[in-house]
Design a binder for this molecule. Structure first.
Ligand code: BGC
Length: 469
């Protein structure tokens, strides 16, 4: 870890407030994606949706379609309008989406509002980690961006709890509508916060950038930080927006980003987050016991994210990813073998199954869950950050959508045991990807990481030719 980043290791109240506010976008992401698993049971009766039909699938997954749109458009918007403004726009979309879903008179309207909500979720998933990453001092950046993931897990848990609490009343409109509250809080609190210093430099507002840096860093550090950001900003001035993604020195980072986001979904996390009650009901648990067990899974998800918050800046991103790949592969492998030998059964096997499920969720939550969101805004240069993070985040949503669509079919065709085995193998392969491609970013400033990326590619003989062209 460099001396410079150590110097700025005492983040103050301003950074705490900025991080917690922006992370409300994560809470809304988690809540809005998690709430539907319980709400669907009641809204399909009210709105007359056929069981297992296309309409039901669309009500559930329309948010993912919207999120893909939001991630792609959000990347460009984050650069053009700024991180803060896009967060405000996302908050408005969250609010309108919540009201629209809650008041939907029929299935078409709810699908349209779920797509709108998805656009908010997708934009937030691009801009919130970026905002936090660009505000936080280098030495604690991992911890602070992990708080975004913590809020996602809290949002999912809250959704499970609200679903459970309101289930006896069948109050699906309240389940969906209550998300209005955090959206309003996010909007109002964000109004009081400034833009990130990086975006301000990009926008040519150096004096304002200096003021904001003054709130984050000790007095002696501000000028040096500002100078670093300006150097990075000048580097690729001639290329900005999507065209910068075609530059050879950005390519390795694109592979890392897309690989990480797609693998984060292909290890199968949302087959548990979205389908856990179904899996558990098959083990012989009753309906309400399954929903309660789901709350348990949500709690494990939250609890283990604290491990990441504690260790992200100490052990580094790569070590966490390694540990997570191993933990997920092992727990899924045992689950697969158990299911293949014993089928879905209760008793001791049922208990071991639940332990393995918890170990899998814990392994993900402490590692791949947060680390992917931490690394994304770190590995791209300032000039490319919006579109590049947008593209990688789109990959995450597209992979999420693909798994959600294909998983029920795979489950039906080859059964639970073999499906788990596939996810176990992908988890093991993710280890190879990390060791081959992912750089360690712990403790270095965003500009130092950018310098490395630039000089690494420009020093290779092959790229020397390219860079002079
Ligand atoms: C993933 C989501 C997942 C959540 C679970 C996030 O990092 O991107 O798809 O539902 O973690 O906590």
């Amino acid at each position: 870890m460099s001396d410079r980043s150590m110097e700025s290791s005492s983040p103050n109240r301003f950074v705490n407030i900025a991080v917690l506010t922006a992370a409300l976008g994560g809470l809304l992401y988690g809540y809005d994606t998690g709430v539907i698993s319980g709400a669907i049971l009641y809204l399909k009766q009210d709105l007359g949706i056929a069981d297992n039909g296309l309409q039901q699938g669309l009500v559930t997954s329309s948010i993912l379609i919207g999120a893909m749109i939001g991630a792609l458009t959000g990347g460009g918007l984050a650069d053009r309008t700024g991180r803060r403004k896009l967060t405000l726009i996302a908050a408005v979309i969250f609010a309108v989406g919540a009201i629209g879903c809650a008041l939907s008179p029929n299935v078409t309207v709810i699908i349209l509002f779920r797509i709108l909500l998805g656009i908010g979720v997708g934009s937030a998933s691009v801009v919130v980690p970026m905002y936090i990453s660009e505000i936080a001092p280098a030495a604690v950046r991992g911890k602070y961006t992990s708080i975004y993931e913590l809020m996602i897990t809290v949002g999912i848990l809250l959704a499970y709890i609200v679903d459970y609490g309101l289930s006896t009343l069948a109050a699906w409109r309240w389940m969906l509508g209550i998300a209005l509250l955090p959206a309003v809080v996010l909007f109002i609190a964000m109004l009081t916060l400034p833009e990130t210093p990086r975006w301000l430099v990009r926008d040519g507002r150096f004096e304002r950038a200096r003021q904001v840096l003054g709130k984050i860093h000790a007095e002696g550090e501000v000028e040096r930080e500002l100078a670093d950001i300006r150097t990075a900003e000048n580097r690729a001035r001639e290329h900005s927006g999507w065209s910068v993604l075609t530059r050879p020195w950005i390519r390795p980072a694109l592979i890392v980003g897309l690989g990480l986001t797609v693998l984060q979904q292909f290890v199968g996390i949302n087959t548990i987050i979205y389908y856990a009650p179904t899996t558990l009901a098959k083990l012989g648990l009753g309906n309400s016991a399954s929903i309660l067990a789901e709350v348990g899974i949500g709690a494990v998800n939250v609890a283990f994210t604290f491990v990441a918050i504690r260790y992200m800046d100490r052990l580094g991103r790569k070590r966490l990813l390694f540990a997570g790949s191993i933990g997920m592969a092992l727990s899924l492998f045992v689950l697969a073998v158990l299911t293949l030998i014993f089928g879905a059964s209760g008793g001791t096997v049922g208990v071991i199954t639940i332990v393995c499920l918890a170990a899998y969720i814990g392994s993900f939550a402490a590692t791949w869950g947060p680390t992917v969101w931490v690394i994304l805004p770190e590995i791209y240069p300032l000039r490319a950050r919006g579109p590049a993070v947008g593209l990688a985040t789109w990959g995450n949503w597209a992979a999420n959508f693909a798994v959600s669509l294909v998983f029920p079919i795979i489950l039906f065709t080859i059964g639970q045991g073999l499906s788990m085995l596939i996810f176990a193998i992908i988890s093991a392969l993710s280890l190879l990807f990390v060791s081959r491609f992912v750089p360690e970013t712990k403790g270095r400033s965003l500009e130092q990481i950018e310098n490395d990326l630039y000089s690494h590619v420009h020093d290779s003989p092959e790229s020397r030719k390219i860079s002079h062209s």
